[in-house]
Design a protein around this ligand. Structure first.
Ligand SMILES: NC(=O)c1ccc[n+]([C@@H]2O[C@H](COP(=O)([O-])OP(=O)(O)OC[C@H]3O[C@@H](n4cnc5c(N)ncnc54)[C@H](O)[C@@H]3O)[C@@H](O)[C@H]2O)c1
Length: 410
């Protein structure tokens, strides 16, 4: 392990925190709670249209309670929103929370975070703390610390991974323990001071432990969903109603109370973080790869379930819900789009709808209900739970979301 970097704690800064990637799904809620907790906060994001929107009080995505907090933060003058890094030099803590995707070969990329820092090189100051909040490949925090050392700037790296559920961040910041780690006691003290404004509890780790803890959390969830999705596939292959089995597994049986239901397991984090862990294991993380095969294979299984009942090539099909999870407007890596792609190869026509996702190719719900003879539930938005499905429709509902229908045997 490298020796802790020196930090010049006597340096004074005009501002408390700059969130790099602060217009994003993780960065913006964090910036909002910082500003709302009294910290002088800067959002820095390269996406100018997001920056303009946030400055004018518009949230770029759905996030519970955020519009009110944004208005309050802007009104207080404690939130500044920038599309250049100019204000970074005046901030004591920098939080880096840009995307960390895997590439087309499912390998983690090491260069994105480093390039983002290099682009801000002129704004880095001795005495600053850099918090890595993105979910990163193990060892990334140490690499970045070494990179900063090579640049000759005394910026101390900490790693404090984000664990809140997208859409509910502002609530969860105040209830979930925060993992904190750093290479020096002074940097650790500073991140605890920052997060202590709103976090009730800390879990201290080394940076490598923190990086692995976050990846293993997401991989654990991904593997759990895969286990249930495989059970669903197995049961439905034999025309057995998996919902009844699930009820039997869970009902008044505490050891299975946490068993999730089946569904399209998607989104920007779970698969890519499982693949980051797989790469770290030199591709020996068999469970992770198996989980990917099961979860990514589910759309094809749903198509085959419909094909057993009807000839899709003569039917218009509809997909209800395109976001990656319920009540979200975020379609990133949503498996409903993979389902749409598979159906477009098999069906006469495919219509898709979603009440929240902004996508000009989507159709109104009424049209999908009127025209689609086969309906798939892509994501279980609450509105679908009481939907009146027109009679005579074939329905494939892996989530058991739609109400029971009299003309169906489900
Ligand atoms: N979305 C989640 O629920 C979630 C939860 C926990 C952790 N994470 C992790 O957090 C990280 C960010 O995810 P996200 O969902 O917020 O992504 P996002 O795409 O919503 O946000 C990233 C933001 O960074 C901005 N950006 C990109 N490059 C930049 C640069 N060089 N300088 C300044 N801004 C830049 C983008 O414009 C964007 O607004 C990822 O590592 C992700 O795995 C996400």
């Amino acid at each position: 392990m490298r020796p802790p970097p020196e930090t010049n704690v006597s340096v004074t800064f005009d501002r408390d925190v700059c969130v790099i990637g602060g217009g994003g799904h993780v960065g913006l809620p964090l910036a909002l709670i910082c500003a709302d907790s009294g910290l002088r906060t800067v959002v820095y994001d390269i996406d100018e249209s997001k920056v303009r929107g946030i400055r004018s009080g518009r949230m770029p995505f759905r996030e519970e309670g955020a519009t009110e907090v944004l208005a309050r933060a802007l009104q207080s003058g404690r939130l500044e929103v920038e599309s250049t890094p100019a204000l970074m030099a005046s901030c004591r803590v920098l939080v880096l929370v840009i995307g960390t995707p895997v590439d087309e070969h499912l390998n983690p990329s090491f260069t994105g975070l480093q390039r983002a820092l290099d682009a801000c090189r002129e704004q880095l100051r001795d005495g600053q703390v850099l918090v890595i909040r993105s979910t990163v490949y193990p060892g990334t925090s140490e690499r970045l610390q070494r990179h900063l050392d090579r640049l000759g700037v005394k910026v101390a790296v900490a790693c404090c991974p984000e664990r809140v559920a997208q859409g509910f961040s502002l609530r969860e910041f105040r209830t979930l323990p925060q993992i904190v780690s750093a290479f020096s006691p002074e940097a650790l003290r500073q991140v605890k001071e920052l997060f202590g404004r709103f976090t009730p509890e800390f879990v201290e780790m080394t940076p490598l432990e923190a990086e692995l803890c976050k990846l293993m959390t997401n991989a654990w969830r991904y593997v759990q969903f895969a286990a249930v999705n495989q059970f669903y596939t197995l049961a439905s292959d034999h025309d057995v109603d998996f919902g009844r089995i699930l009820h039997g597994c869970r009902h008044h049986y505490p050891r299975m109370a946490m068993m999730p239901g089946p569904g399209l397991t998607a989104g920007p984090c779970l698969m890519k973080d499982t693949m980051q862990l797989a790469a770290f294991s030199h591709n020996q993380f068999m469970l992770g790869h198996a989980a990917m095969l099961v979860n990514e294979g589910l759309p094809a299984h749903l198509v085959s379930l419909a094909q057993r009942q009807v000839d899709l090539s003569t039917r218009t099909v509809g997909i209800l819900g395109m976001a990656f999870k319920a009540e979200s407007d975020d379609p990133r890596d949503a498996l409903s789009y993979k389902l749409k792609h598979l159906l477009s190869l098999e069906a006469k026509d495919v219509l898709c709808t979603d009440p929240y996702v902004a996508d000009s190719r989507l159709a109104p719900l009424e049209r999908v209900l009127a025209e689609a003879e086969v309906l798939f539930v892509g994501v279980p938005h609450a509105a679908y739970r009481t939907l009146a499905i027109p009679p005579g429709r074939t329905v494939v509902d892996v989530w058991s979301c739609l109400p029971a229908r009299e003309d169906a045997g489900r």
